[in-house]
Design a protein around this ligand. Sequence first.
Ligand code: NCD
Length: 306
Amino acid sequence: MPRADARHLLDVDALSDQDLEWLTARACELARGAAPASIAQTVVNLFFEPSTRTRVSFELAARRLGMTVVNVELDRSSSSKGESLEDTAAPLAAMGAGAIILRHPETGRCHRLAQAVPTGLRLLNAGDGAGHHPSQALLDLATLIDAGIDLRDRVVAIVGDVRHSRVARSDLAVFQRLGAAELRVAGPDSMLPDRLPSGIVRADSLDGAVRDAGVVVMLRVQHERMDRQAWPDPASYHLQWGLRTEHLAMADPGCRVLHPGPINRGMEISSAVADGPQSLILDQVRMGVFTRMAIFEWLFSDGART
Ligand code: NCD
């Protein structure tokens, strides 16, 4: 197993090619029934933003490895009394927590906490503002690999609120590293980043984004990161940017559709596509558990595992 000294998972950029390969291959192996490791560690879920899939799948993954999971109820914790995140992490470590899984609205908060956590405490970034979402990118990749998709001969389109999406940022980084044939983004002007990373193409319309695409990743409009005046009207948004079956007819015949969830049906995606044969949306959720199991195995591979 690579990177025996792994301490945190803050973003995908810090992962070596070997790490990336090991993590996704291991997730696929676990999905096919490989025996998981047994890890005598405690993990704490610290979620300052709502979450269903990410929080539950980290918890299920930890339990399948025999770990103890604690979910901190933030409205009942000392952070509601003004305690800093650093002062929340230290007592958790003193009580024997081996890892904290952090979701936070502030971009960069997880990286900042990583500078200050007690030695031995590992940090998993479960999404920081519009920053990074490494476990989502890994599970997206594992889902594609598990579905037999080789990114090297696929055009990938990421459509919607790219500007505020930590998923888009992390996905683009891994898809680019894996050598996707072409990477496109598209969405309303106000929802695209001011500058795109080099090598990423901007498409002017949904049609232009999905034409010949082999993978389409649809994104939710992140209302919580915008002023209310900037919220689009759902029906007009759907007309211009909502993925419907007619769009899939323009894509590669084997095109598969991803969406990290939560889904707003009738806005960024139609039910016919979300529930249709080309959708991998529930596969992503399923692979999310195996990917997070692989992440824990990787994170505790240095003797902290028993
Ligand atoms: C995403 C997130 O929280 O960044 N969801 C997820 O983790 N599955 C995307 C979103 O909230 O739209």
